[in-house]
Design a protein around this ligand. Structure first.
Ligand code: PLP
Length: 379
């Protein structure tokens, strides 16, 4: 079955009690048992909920995986993965990734004795140099946020397999429309469902998808024991979002391409970060592992002062100045003070995330209107 069809029918079974075509929102905390221990597979809603189950089945389908698990946020999903580890274990992670992931690693998990090493993953050989017998997990994000670096998922997973190291890919930026890391050998795919999966900026949620039954059992145990589960209403919203993921992503990609090209040829612009440019250092890998290049991009202005960047950030009318991404409406963001403020300044600048960098999440409005807005804001 082709992707468009799979996304629409993923996890969608008519409700067994009424035939409702849409999965009902099972707003319940518990389930009545006919005798002690005799139930219909549902005991208590932290452990199981039918709306969540439908979503988790859909998540597995769209990522070509066997099992899906939904969490109350993207960082809660990341938190569950790190809880697979023990004190003394080491994690190798990218040096250009979502600020909240970096904060969780450094400020929460380091004090429990888990060690994190950060590296430029543009070149998979950099990762190899850091592997020790304590390395248990490689955490990657591609394309990265916000510099749109590309990491070669197959190169990383084949290296990791030789040393029995788990690989988790944060696939939030790409979405399953663009890339399926499990097909490239990853053990776990993580999503902030808040972004493209939900797609309408109206829900906070996270997801993990995997193929290995034992890994699923371990992560399910963490999900129910630690309790970061999403409510049924939020599960319904993400399930609904997934039905239009294909058409939305198609438009995000088309608009992304138009705006990236326009910015690149506009005289007031400095550098444009978008993996669909043939001279982007990750272009050949992106072309190999992604179906298209997405609707996320970053840029600097030719007058690269922070004041000028601030002026543009405050002047757009259609692009709303906000954190987050992946919704139908376009957003403009200042990573240094917003999404990536939790990364120390020296660390950021060293990795190329300057104080004047501007990030765009291109929505699915008419591209002409988006260009007109950027043009009036940039001047
Ligand atoms: C937003 C985001 C997260 C965190 O997800 P939340 O749903 O906000 O907790 C993780 N990774 C990436 C790439 C993100 O954009």
């Amino acid at each position: 079955m082709k992707i468009a069809t799979r996304f629409i029918h993923a996890g969608a079974e008519p409700d067994p009690s009424t035939g409702a075509i849409m999965t009902p929102i099972y707003q319940t905390s518990t389930y009545v048992q006919s005798a002690p221990g005799k139930n219909k597979g549902y005991e208590y809603a932290r452990s199981q909920n039918p709306t969540r189950k439908a979503l988790e089945d859909a998540l597995a389908v769209i990522e070509n995986g066997k099992y899906g698990l939904a969490f109350s946020s993207g960082v809660a999903a990341t938190d569950a993965v790190i809880k697979l580890l023990q004190p003394g274990d080491e994690v190798i992670a990218g040096n250009d990734m979502y600020g909240g992931t970096y904060r969780l690693f450094t400020k929460v998990f380091e004090k429990f004795g888990i060690r994190f090493k950060y590296v430029d993953m543009n070149n998979a050989d950099n990762v190899k140099k850091l592997i020790t017998d304590k390395t248990k997990l490689i955490w990657t994000e591609t394309p990265t946020n916000p510099l749109m670096n590309i990491c070669d998922i197959s190169a990383i997973t084949s290296m990791a397999k030789k040393s029995n190291i788990l690989v988790c890919v944060d696939n939030t930026f790409a979405s399953p429309y663009l890339q399926n890391p499990l097909d490239l050998g990853a053990d776990i795919v993580m999503h902030s469902s808040t972004k493209y999966l939900g797609g309408h900026s109206d829900v906070i949620q996270g997801a993990l998808i995997m193929n290995d039954a034992q890994l699923r059992e371990q992560l399910y145990f963490i999900q129910k024991s630690c309790g970061a589960v999403p409510g049924p209403m939020d599960c319904f919203l993400v399930l609904r979002g997934i039905k239009t993921l294909y058409v939305r992503m198609k438009q995000h990609c088309e608009n992304g391409r138009i705006i990236a090209e326009w910015l690149r040829h506009y005289s007031k612009i400095g550098k444009v970060y978008w993996p669909g440019f043939e001279d982007h250092p990750g272009y050949s890998v992106a072309k190999k592992q992604m179906r298209d290049f997405g609707g996320m991009l970053s840029f600097t202005l030719k007058d690269d002062s922070v004041d000028n960047a601030m002026r543009v950030l405050s002047s757009t009318k259609l692009f709303s100045l906000a954190e987050s991404l992946g919704g139908v409406e376009s957003l403009i963001n200042h990573p240094a003070s917003m999404t990536h403020a939790s990364i120390p300044r020296e660390e950021r600048i060293k990795n190329g995330l300057t104080d004047s960098l501007i990030r765009l999440s291109i929505g699915i409005e008419d591209a002409d209107d988006l260009i007109a807005d950027l043009q009036q804001a940039i001047g």
